[in-house]
Design a protein around this ligand. Structure first.
Ligand code: GLY
Length: 399
């Protein structure tokens, strides 16, 4: 072959190579499928709106019954939050009207100092409302909510107290890994109101949690009981997981999302490095099923004959898409993106996605709220829907 022919051969091979459609990832997920699922979510939530009684918010659908929460329940912010995301995606004014109405319904919770969940409740609702509309009326509620949450911080322990209820003598100052999720509101409020105190509390909570909540393999305990006299941890246990030493799936998900968010909000590399280690634990776990939707606890003894938790899958997918954008390393970014795509592909399949107007008009089936408490097992969960919608929107943003 002459050198001219070799050159021609290379040109032909290169031209064919670049014409061939390369899938962006190994899953079957695609922007078209994400849009189809979001369009379905809109139809499903439009069908839910007339079912929601005045003064309460949807939480689940159990044994054919539509379940709701009052404004002070920890899940109260997810329904308005889901509506805000769906409005942002579609510009559908009827979704905005319901989102506004249900967001303002939550206003009194800004004064609630009896829960650590104010970040979930206020930032998913008011936070998204402000982010999307830039209406300044929403901001004071977020600031007041941050002041209320800050009253639960103890300087000696260095963390925000999660629960006021006890379980025998098991704990006196319990902090659950879920609490990492409430820090985004504090960081936003610190920046918005130029108040360094909120940020100091968020940093202290995140750093103390890194120190006491995580095991050597970067799995997390669910509950840590703190010593408010001498500082440090007094006990480590579970409440919603299989056992004290097991890895409750949603706890792993909250931690992954929490530390990724801490990096996005502060730029401090140690948080991203930590999130990478958590991702590694989850993605390489031998009990993570092929469809990438975790069982409710990574150490449930009856795996594979036990429940999946779709909500954990949705939270992890959303966090991985955030990570995929934040990491500099191209191969890590692809790894996180591909795994998130596989999770979204599974969740968008009939295995997890409801039929139109079924499932109480929630989008996802198969969530587990509190298995040891025999509560909300294999049911839709409003937070599963919220993080699924967020992940779908993040997936489309990544294209
Ligand atoms: N924050 C409570 C739960 O994840 O179930």
């Amino acid at each position: 072959m002459t050198s001219r022919n070799i050159l021609l051969l290379f040109i032909v091979l290169f031209a064919f190579g670049s014409c061939k459609q390369q899938p962006k990832d190994s899953s079957e997920f695609s922007p078209e499928k994400a849009k189809e699922t979001l369009d379905f979510a809109i139809q499903q939530y439009k069908g839910m709106i007339p079912k929601v009684p005045e003064g309460v918010l949807p939480s689940s659908f159990i044994d054919g019954e539509f379940k709701t929460t009052g404004i002070n329940g920890w899940v109260s912010g997810f329904y308005p939050g889901s509506l805000w995301y769906l409005y942002e995606y579609s510009n559908d004014e009827s979704l905005k009207a319901e989102a506004e109405k249900k967001t303002w319904l939550l206003e009194p919770i800004k004064n609630n100092t009896g829960t650590h969940d104010l970040g979930f409740m206020i930032f998913c609702s008011y936070g998204n409302a402000y982010r999307i509309t830039k209406n300044e009326d929403y901001a004071p509620v977020i600031i007041k909510g941050s002041e209320s949450l800050s009253t639960r911080f103890n300087e000696t322990a260095g963390v925000i107290k999660s629960w006021d209820f006890t379980r025998g003598d098991d704990w006196s100052y319990p902090v659950i890994i879920d609490n990492m999720m409430n820090l985004e509101m504090l960081l936003w409020a610190s920046d918005y109101s130029d108040n360094p105190r909120f940020k100091e509390i968020a940093l202290s909570h995140a750093d103390t949690t890194m120190k006491h909540h995580y095991r050597e393999d970067y799995s997390t305990w669910h509950v840590v009981d703190y010593d408010t006299v001498n500082g440090g941890a007094k006990g480590k246990m579970t409440h919603q997981g299989y056992s004290d030493e097991s890895s409750w799936a949603r706890g792993q998900a909250w931690g992954l999302y929490g530390y990724t968010m801490m990096y996005r909000m502060t730029g401090r590399t140690k948080y991203l490095d930590f999130a990478k280690k958590i991702a590694d634990f989850i993605l390489t776990h031998p009990n993570l099923p092929e469809d990438k939707i975790p069982y409710w606890d990574f150490d449930a003894p009856d795996i594979p004959d036990t429940y999946r938790d779709a909500s954990s899958g949705a939270i992890i997918a959303s966090a991985l898409l955030d990570m995929s954008k934040l990491v500099n390393d191209k191969s890590l970014s692809t790894l996180y993106y591909d795994n998130a795509s596989q999770m979204l592909s599974s969740l968008s399949s009939p295995d997890y996605l409801a039929e139109l107007n079924e499932n109480g008009n929630f989008i996802l089936m198969h969530g587990v709220g509190h298995l040891p408490g025999n509560s909300q097992i294999d049911v839709p969960l409003s937070y599963g829907d919220y993080y699924f919608i967020e992940a779908l929107v993040r997936y489309l943003d990544a294209q």
